[in-house]
Design a protein around this ligand. Structure first.
Ligand code: SF4
Length: 380
C-alpha cells in the first residue's frame, strides 16, 4: 500500500536502527518526548523501543485528546445530556472516559440519557436535521486536527438554518501544552525528567504547519522533529533528534515532508480562526489549568455554543487519587509505575483516561509493551 508498506520495510528499519546506534554517544543519555498519542501507539505497536540503544528513552507525552480531557468536562457533558430536550452526540472513544465518582458517558447512556455515538460531525448534523424537536449537541474534542471539521459543521448548520444544533467545545492547542510541559516545575526545577527533544505531531502539524514549534526550539533550546506515524518515520525522527543533540543544534526539522509544510493548511486555519478564539485557560487532565490552551466559539457564533445556549456550569473534579495519569501525561512516570496498571486497571476496566483510548500511554503499554517488559525480565 502506497505510503504504508515502504515505511514499514524491516530491512530499512534495521538500517536506521543501526545508524541510531552508531550516532548515539554512549557517554550520555537521550530522552525524547513523543507528544502525540498516535506516535505513542506506533512506538508500542512496532516495538520501536526494542530497536533503540539502552541510553535512548522515549517519554510518552499528553497528545491523546481523550486522555487529557478532565473529569469535570465529562461531568459537564453528563449534566447537559440529563436535560430532557438534549441529544448528546459523541465520538466512541469518549464513552468510557472516567468522570467523577465513577461516572462515564457510557454509564449515563445505560441509565437512559440520550447519548449517541457518531463517526463524524456530519452525523450530528444529520440527527439535528431529522429530529428537529431535539436539541442536538456535538461534544467536540481534539487538537488542531479535529477543530476544522467542527468549524465546517457549524458552517453547515448555519447554512441549513439549523436552530437545534450546538457544539460543546473542548478543542485544545498543541503548542500551549508543549510550553506548559517545558515550564512545568517538576520538569524544570526538580529535574525529574530532562527532555532532550520532541517528536512533533503528524496530523496536527499537517494543519498548523512547522512554524509554531520554532518558538520552543529557540526559547527552550529543544530540537523538534515533526514525524509521520509509520515505524520508519519515527526511527528516522529519532536519528534526526540524536544528530541535533550531538551537534548542539535546536531547530525544527520536518521528517514528515510528504504531508507537512511550514505554514500548514492555510484554508483550515482560516476557517478555525473565523469561528474560534482562545480561552484564557483550559483544564487538562494531568497538566491542570493551562493558559490559552483551549478554544471556544467567538461571540458571533454564540448561537452554536452549547455552553452559552444552556448556560452550562463549569465543573471541576479530582481524578482517582490512585491513578497516575497526570504524572504519566507530564512524562514523569511510566504506566508500570502505577500500582493499578494491569490489576484493577485494564482496557476492559479503565480507572483512568490513559487506559481508555488506544492512543493512551497505559493502553498502548498494556496492549504491546507489557510483553516487552516480560521479555526483559526473563532476559535479566
Ligand atoms: S494504569 Fe490506569 S489507573 Fe494507572 S495511570 Fe494508567 S489509566 Fe491511571
Amino acid at each position: 500500500m502506497k505510503y504504508v508498506d515502504e515505511f514499514r520495510d524491516a530491512g530499512l528499519a534495521r538500517d536506521v536502527a543501526a545508524a541510531i546506534a552508531a550516532a548515539a554517544d554512549p557517554a550520555r543519555a537521550y530522552r525524547f518526548m513523543e507528544f502525540c498519542g498516535g506516535h505513542t501507539h506506533a512506538i508500542s505497536r512496532h516495538g520501536i523501543e526494542d530497536m533503540l540503544p539502552a541510553n535512548t528513552r522515549m517519554i510518552h507525552g499528553p497528545g491523546c485528546p481523550v486522555c487529557v480531557l478532565p473529569a469535570g468536562r465529562i461531568d459537564m457533558a453528563i449534566a447537559l445530556a440529563a436535560r430532557p430536550e438534549v441529544t448528546l452526540c459523541v465520538y466512541g472513544d469518549l464513552m468510557r472516559v472516567p468522570g467523577s465518582k465513577g461516572r462515564s458517558l457510557q454509564r449515563a447512556k445505560a441509565e437512559g440519557l440520550d447519548i449517541r455515538m457518531v463517526y463524524s460531525t456530519v452525523d450530528a448534523i444529520r440527527i439535528a436535521e431529522t429530529e428537529p424537536a431535539r436539541e442536538v449537541v456535538f461534544f467536540a474534542i481534539g487538537f488542531e486536527t479535529t477543530t476544522p471539521p467542527t468549524a465546517i459543521a457549524i458552517r453547515l448548520a448555519a447554512k441549513k438554518s439549523l436552530a437545534n444544533f450546538t457544539v460543546f467545545c473542548n478543542h485544545v492547542l498543541t503548542p500551549a501544552a508543549i510550553q506548559n510541559i517545558l515550564d512545568s516545575p517538576d520538569l524544570r526545577e526538580l529535574g525529574r525528567v530532562d527532555i532532550d527533544g520532541f517528536i512533533g505531531p503528524a496530523h496536527v502539524s499537517a494543519v498548523i504547519g512547522a512554524r509554531p514549534y520554532e518558538f520552543f526550539a529557540e526559547e527552550f533550546g529543544k530540537p523538534v522533529v515533526i514525524a509521520g506515524f509509520e515505524p520508519l518515520d519515527v526511527l528516522q525522527a529519532i536519528l534526526m533528534l540524536i544528530r541535533q543533540v550531538n551537534d548542539g543544534r535546536h531547530v525544527v526539522e520536518n521528517q514528515y515532508a510528504r504531508a507537512v509544510t511550514r505554514d500548514g493548511n492555510t484554508r483550515a486555519k482560516a476557517e478555525v480562526a473565523e469561528m474560534f478564539e482562545p480561552r484564557k485557560s483550559f483544564e487538562w487532565r494531568g497538566l491542570g489549568l493551562v493558559p490559552y490552551s483551549g478554544l471556544r466559539l467567538k461571540p458571533a457564533y454564540a448561537f452554536f455554543d452549547a455552553e452559552h445556549r444552556f448556560d452550562m456550569e463549569e465543573l471541576h473534579a479530582a481524578d482517582n487519587p490512585a491513578c497516575e495519569c497526570g504524572a504519566i501525561l507530564r512524562g514523569v512516570k511510566r504506566p508500570v509505575d502505577c500500582k493499578l496498571f494491569g490489576k484493577a486497571c485494564t482496557p476492559e476496566t479503565p480507572m483512568g483516561s490513559c487506559m481508555v483510548s488506544s492512543e493512551g500511554a497505559c493502553a498502548a503499554h498494556w496492549t504491546y509493551g507489557r510483553f516487552r517488559d516480560r521479555a526483559i525480565r526473563r532476559a535479566s
